[in-house]
Design a protein around this ligand. Structure first.
Ligand code: HEC
Length: 234
């Protein structure tokens, strides 16, 4: 017995460091890491209807959901590749698909966080955006896209350009140093060449909407035409 007590005493220093290590770990683990992907029954991606003409009753991942989520959620400091807040990255079909249960929007973490107002932290999405996400999940959360028959002869500011900006850019540019929330602020960036430089990923400009993504060819054409015809507030 005496031997055992002495043995424990000699180990005292080690016991102290052992508890310090435990405490440090407990302090770092301040938030549970959600790994929703493990809970979801992974069904194969249904790629039917890919690339056909857009149906007004369907919500398409590539056309609408990805740009909306990337611009709202994949920002630096949030769920981008570098930051990976809560271990969740939201910049691809696979990663977004991991946060939803196809057919069950109300059981999907992604949708619940958004309607409960927890995400995105910078300000909630519009009702229209939330409804789109809900519909896309309830339609099976497919990796689908459609050919919008994009008409490059339509390129007015109010009809086309604001829609492109609202879908792809506004989440990051309604406050801060670079504003895109009014005609005047957009026009100023057009006039100093930064708007085109950024969306064409030209050197010397920050690539927009992200370093890895371009606007679609059709969107780039519309913007270029609008700028070449005077970037009017039309
Ligand atoms: C994920 C967030 C995010 C999205 C989406 C985004 N931007 Fe940006 N953008 C930034 C940040 C951050 C900067 C750096 C300046 C700042 O801090 O405001 C920036 C800078 C810019 C600049 C100045 C570039 C330069 O080098 O002078 C332009 C122009 C711009 N963005 C346009 C756009 C347009 C147009 C879109 C949509 C097609 C877009 N951005 C989408 C985050 C974003």
């Amino acid at each position: 017995m005496f031997k055992f007590a002495r043995y424990m005493f000699e180990l005292k220093v080690n016991w102290v460091s052992f508890f310090i290590v435990i405490l440090v770990f407990a302090a770092c683990e301040h938030q549970p890491k959600i790994k929703l992907g493990d809970l979801i029954n992974k069904t194969p991606v249904d790629s039917t209807n890919n690339g056909t003409n857009c149906s007004p009753d369907t919500v398409y991942f590539v056309n609408e959901i990805l740009p909306m989520i990337t611009s709202n959620c994949a920002q630096a400091g949030c769920h981008d590749n570098i930051t990976q807040a809560e271990d969740i990255v939201l910049n691809s079909y696979a990663s977004i698909r991991n946060q939803v249960k196809p057919g069950k929007a109300i059981d999907s973490e992604l949708y619940r966080e958004i309607v409960n107002g927890n995400m995105p932290p910078a300000g909630s999405m519009t009702q229209e955006q939330m409804d789109k996400i809900k519909k896309w999940i309830n339609q099976g959360a497919k990796n689908n896209f459609c050919n919008s028959g994009c008409d490059t002869t339509l390129f007015t500011y109010s009809g086309s350009i604001t829609k492109i900006i609202n879908t792809n850019c506004i989440a990051c540019h309604q406050s801060g140093a670079v504003l895109l929330n009014s005609y005047a602020s957009v026009k100023a960036l057009v006039d100093n060449g930064r708007f085109l430089g950024a969306i064409k990923h030209q050197s010397g400009f920050q690539p927009m909407p992200t370093a890895n993504t371009f606007l679609s060819d059709c969107e780039l054409k519309k913007i270029t035409k609008w700028i070449n015809s005077g970037a009017l507030n039309n």
